[in-house]
Design a binder for this molecule. Structure first.
Ligand code: NDP
Length: 298
């Protein structure tokens, strides 16, 4: 397939390209051509903006992953706007390009996150669960709505309600592992909050699965089938690193350090990938122990 990708220099996109470079050809929209060349090599074609795409009909599929990192900075009003605009505007531009074409790509796979559901406590969350209204819900709901603005008679849309992607190549795990590596790791807040996660390899395999299965439409939870509490995750992480899990960072400390964005760690969702497993996708890393031991034994 000829695939157009935004966010292709990021954790998920770059791994997808690495894994499938011999099967598909890729064009990546990146704000920084030098960075794209460094991350992806010279063989991947890059474009500096969506506006510069002149041949959308040349692509079989579009994978839309671009966005300002969500958890890197405090959620000031300015930062929230950047997080939203970077996703909503990119997606709206893509949708306009696609809708203006006489022969649009067949498939649009577009980003979203389990933040769509908001805080759900220990309730089991599937794609049908009613969301709780908060910042991450508003962000993801509008992101999905904009993607769904393509002419659905002509193009299939699947949105990726992604959990925390586990990898040693970047993303949240590096930050989560650091205190354990320093010997001061432990649970965060009550430890009872759920963490829905997915191994990077299953993440990219699941995107490929959605790309190949024409019956897969709408939102999909991209999370492993066994979400865990923060307490269980912390124990597994300590064990995979061969370090102790002795400490606890109280909620108020997390709130002081991170502000509103601490809700992403102190609250959670027990999300399961109902639609993906029903469609026949098989996870290589269904449990957190398998995922973490693969990551840290590599
Ligand atoms: P990364 O943060 O690794 O990469 C995203 C890419 O988006 C970057 O490489 C960058 O590309 C582009 N980007 C960054 N900031 C901006 C901005 N302000 N405006 C426009 N483009 C920007 O993301 P991941 O690969 O980790 O994730 C891909 C998508 O999946 C993201 O949208 C993310 O929100 C979502 N997701 C990821 C999760 C995870 O755990 N990794 C969990 C849930 C959702 P360039 O510099 O080349 O333009």
């Amino acid at each position: 397939m000829n695939i157009l990708m935004t966010g292709g220099t990021g954790l998920i996109g770059s791994e997808f390209i690495r894994k499938y470079a011999s099967e598909h050809s890729f064009t990546v929209v990146s704000r920084n051509a030098n960075k794209a060349r460094q991350v992806l090599g010279d063989s991947i074609q890059t474009l500096e903006s969506i506006a510069s795409i002149t041949n959308i009909e040349a692509f079989d599929a579009v994978i839309n992953l671009a966005g300002e990192p969500i958890a890197d900075k405090r959620w000031t009003d300015t930062q929230k706007k950047k997080i939203c605009d970077s996703r909503w505007n990119t997606t709206a531009e893509l949708v306009a390009k696609i809708n203006a074409s006489d022969k649009p790509p067949k498939t649009l796979i577009s980003g979203s996150a389990i933040g769509f559901y908001g805080n759900q406590g220990d309730r089991l969350v599937t794609e049908e669960t009613h969301p709780h209204d908060e910042f991450t819900h508003d962000l993801c709901a509008k992101w999905e709505t904009i993607a769904n603005g393509v002419n659905m008679n002509r193009i299939r849309v699947a949105t990726l309600r992604t959990g925390v992607v586990l990898s040693d190549k970047g993303g949240a795990l590096d930050k989560m592992a650091l205190p354990f590596k320093l010997g001061v790791g432990g649970t965060l807040g009550s430890g009872a909050q759920y963490l829905a996660w997915i191994h990077l390899q299953d993440m990219v395999r699941a995107i490929a699965f959605l790309l190949e299965h024409d019956a897969c439409k709408g939102p999909f939870n991209l999370t492993a089938p066994e979400p865990v509490t923060n307490k269980a995750f912390s124990k597994s992480l300590a064990s995979a690193l061969g370090r102790p899990c002795l400490f606890n960072v109280p909620s108020f400390v997390m709130k002081m350090a991170m502000g509103e964005s601490s809700t992403m760690i102190l609250e959670g969702q027990c999300v399961i990938p109902k639609k993906l497993t029903t469609a026949g996708f098989k996870f290589d890393y269904p449990t957190v122990d398998e995922a973490l031991s693969e990551i840290y034994s590599a």
